[in-house]
Design a protein around this ligand. Structure first.
Ligand SMILES: [Zn+2]
Length: 152
C-alpha cells in the first residue's frame, strides 16, 4: 500500500465507505482491495459504535468494489455496511451478506493445493451454517471461515 494517500477528512465526494467493520479488521479489508494512487483512503479504527461496540471504518475515494471484493470482505467482515457515495450523498447502502463463493483473495491452507504451487486463483464455496465453512474447489478440503487467511 505504498502509494495510498491517507486523508483525514470525514466526507468523500465520490467513492465507497465500508462501515461497521468489526474492530481490528480494517487492515484485512484494505489487503483485499486493489488500490491505486488515485484512490485516497481513510481508515478509522476502534471507533465507538452504538451498534457493534467498537468498529473500524474504511473510506475509499473514486472507487467501487468488484463482486469478488465484496464477497471476500463479507467473509472477513460480515457485520459491515457497504455505502456508495456520489457528490457527497449516500446513493446506496447495503449490508454484506455471507457470499456463496469467494475467489482470488483467500489462501488455501492446504500446502499441497495446486493454488499454492501454481498461478491459479483460489476459489472456495461457502457453507453458511452456524459455523461457516469454506470448501476449496481444487483440493476439496473444508476449512472454518475464521481460519482462512487473505492473500496480500
Ligand atoms: Zn485447496
Amino acid at each position: 500500500m505504498n502509494q495510498i494517500k491517507m486523508i483525514k477528512v470525514n466526507a468523500i465526494k465520490n467513492g465507497t465507505v465500508i462501515d461497521h467493520i468489526a474492530a481490528g479488521k480494517a487492515l484485512k479489508v484494505i489487503d483485499i482491495l486493489t488500490l491505486t494512487g488515485n484512490n485516497a483512503v481513510m481508515i478509522g479504527m476502534n471507533l465507538v459504535s452504538n451498534r457493534i461496540g467498537k468498529k473500524d471504518i474504511v473510506k475509499i475515494e473514486n472507487r467501487e468494489l468488484s463482486k469478488e471484493e465484496v464477497n471476500s470482505i463479507a467473509l472477513i467482515a460480515p457485520s459491515a455496511t457497504l455505502i456508495i457515495i456520489k457528490d457527497f450523498e449516500v446513493v446506496n447502502k447495503t449490508s454484506f451478506d455471507m457470499p456463496e463463493y469467494v475467489e482470488e483473495h483467500i489462501i488455501c491452507p492446504n500446502p499441497k493445493c495446486i493454488t499454492n504451487s501454481e498461478d491459479i486463483p483460489s476459489k472456495f464455496y461457502i457453507n453458511n451454517a452456524e459455523i461457516a465453512t469454506a470448501r476449496c474447489v481444487y483440493c476439496e478440503k473444508k476449512y472454518l471461515v475464521e481460519d482462512l487467511r487473505i492473500k496480500i
